[in-house]
Design a binder for this molecule. Structure first.
Ligand SMILES: Cc1cc2nc3c(=O)[nH]c(=O)nc-3n(C[C@H](O)[C@H](O)[C@H](O)COP(=O)(O)O)c2cc1C
Length: 188
């Protein structure tokens, strides 16, 4: 089974504007694979541009913001690479698309990591951060999931928030929960 690393992927559109999206970067057989479902701006940009930057962050407010429409996170231009990284990245990987596995639903962009650079210290695992990432994924799949499953997962994830969250994690959790609550409050 491949390992999947949850990160923020930056790509650049035809007009030159940067686009960010949380994506699971698949690490398999020495390759890094970006696999966006259609339709996706990341997919369009990768087809046109063949370059992406993966930012690895511990500020989960960025994941929460991205899934609730706040994508205006500071970016840092890179020397010698056309796609910026998140300024908050603890590390980033510069990904060059080497081949594409076409697919109607979810093409796979196979990449070579030409450079991986560290910017800040990794300060250990935190359960609340993992819980926010799980809730953020849940928030992108609300229309596909039964109400009971959403409520059950939130109840479980909240335990880690209550026990282990810092200020940033609580803020991120509240952001994601505002979207999930709005969905759950709709009449069935
Ligand atoms: C942690 C996390 C991982 C995700 N991984 C994927 C992924 O691997 N593929 C995908 O299509 N969407 C994934 N999503 C949902 C995308 O972020 C979302 O659909 C996004 O808008 C992509 O579309 P875009 O490229 O148009 O921005 C993920 C979301 C989260 C929060």
């Amino acid at each position: 089974m491949p390992m999947i690393r949850e990160c923020i992927v930056t790509t650049v559109g035809a007009g030159g504007s940067a686009h960010i999206a949380p994506l699971g970067l698949i690490e398999e057989g020495g390759e890094w694979i970006v696999a966006p479902f259609r339709p996706s701006a990341t997919l369009t940009n990768l087809e046109a541009g063949s370059a992406a930057t993966a930012s690895f962050v511990d500020d989960v407010r960025i994941f929460a913001g991205c899934v609730t429409g706040e994508k205006n996170w500071p970016l840092t231009i890179l020397s010698d690479w056309p796609v910026p990284r998140l300024s908050a990245a603890l590390s980033h990987a510069e990904l060059e698309v080497t081949r594409i596995s076409p697919d109607e639903t979810r093409p796979r962009f196979h990449c070579r990591a030409r450079r991986i650079v560290q910017h800040g210290p990794f300060l250990g695992f935190n359960r609340a951060q993992a819980a926010v990432v799980e809730a953020a994924i849940l928030a992108t799949r609300l229309a596909l999931l039964p109400r009971e499953k959403i409520e059950r997962e939130i109840d479980y994830l909240k335990i880690a928030i209550d026990k282990t969250a810092g200020v940033a994690e609580r803020e991120a959790w509240d952001t994601v929960m505002s979207k999930i609550r709005a969905h759950l409050s709709q009449p069935v």
